[in-house]
Design a protein around this ligand. Structure first.
Ligand code: APR
Length: 236
């Protein structure tokens, strides 16, 4: 009765100072997504792609988790919390969350272009042209680019099928398969959505909307869930 699964997106990290993608002033206003976040972009201009992710990795070293990340980590005292994130930053982990699945990869990791099983922790260091894996091939960001498969989606879906509570925080639900995760939550599982903006949700699903930024929204969610937790304890 106590499994909380949370799908997070770029809005989760907005208050930490990391740009979202599709809000006004978002990353995709500054860059052509297909040039910096697609296989074609990598083939066309590898150095531009490396610079794009180097800039984001350097910024990640300078920012820190916000109260929303911390609030989710604190819920681990009462629930089995799974964070399924579209974000490539490490702010959930740095806030203390212990079960984090990165559907779209991780900024702090590099991967061999010859052997995708060769993945290296690089922290906040740059990846430069000529940086090679142990098999001598160029390293690339360990990011899922548009047009690439999402290897962890099956695991994320399986985890969601046994969620007792499901929350969606800071995502426009524009990108599949991540946006389709809600469909795996059991019909009787309550769903909460935290977002200051309006998010289109598939019809037929009752969702409790908390129209707030992540920090304020997680505090409200935490209060609601702790009331639920006390009821569960009474029934046990
Ligand atoms: N707190 C919570 N939500 C916020 C905040 C905030 N402070 N600020 C903005 N938001 C919301 C926006 O209203 C929007 O619904 O966060 C969402 C951000 O949406 P996107 O920019 O589309 O980001 P996301 O949904 O994570 O994008 C999904 O697209 O480009 C790809 O791979 C990339 O993982 C990314 C995927």
């Amino acid at each position: 009765m106590r499994k909380l699964v949370v799908l997070t997106g770029a809005g989760m990290s907005a208050e930490s100072g990391i740009k979202t993608f599709r809000d006004s002033g978002g990353l995709w206003e500054e860059y052509d997504v297909m040039e910096v976040a697609s296989v074609m972009g990598w083939q066309k201009n590898r150095d531009l792609v490396l610079r794009f992710y180097n800039e984001r990795r350097r910024q990640l070293a300078r920012v820190k988790p916000n109260a929303g990340h911390v609030g989710l980590a604190e819920l681990e005292k009462y629930f089995e919390v799974w964070i399924i994130t579209q974000n490539v930053d490490n702010l959930h982990e740095r806030a203390g969350s212990s079960r984090v699945i990165h559907l779209h990869g991780e900024l702090t990791k590099a991967r061999s272009t010859a052997d995708p099983s060769l993945i290296y922790d690089i922290g906040y260091k740059d990846i430069n042209p000529g940086d090679k894996c142990e098999k001598g091939s160029q390293l690339r960001p360990h990011i899922v680019w548009f047009g690439e498969p999402v290897p962890l989606m099956d695991e994320a879906a399986r985890i969601t099928t046994t969620a007792n509570i499901f929350a969606i925080i800071g995502t426009s639900l524009n990108v599949y398969p991540a946006a389709g995760l809600i469909a795996y939550a059991p019909a009787e599982t309550p769903v909460y959505l935290i977002d200051p903006g309006d998010v289109y949700l598939p019809s037929g699903r009752k969702v409790e909307v908390i129209k707030e930024k992540a920090s304020a929204g997680v505090a409200i969610l935490k209060e609601k869930l702790l009331r639920k937790f006390i009821e569960i304890k009474r029934e046990e």
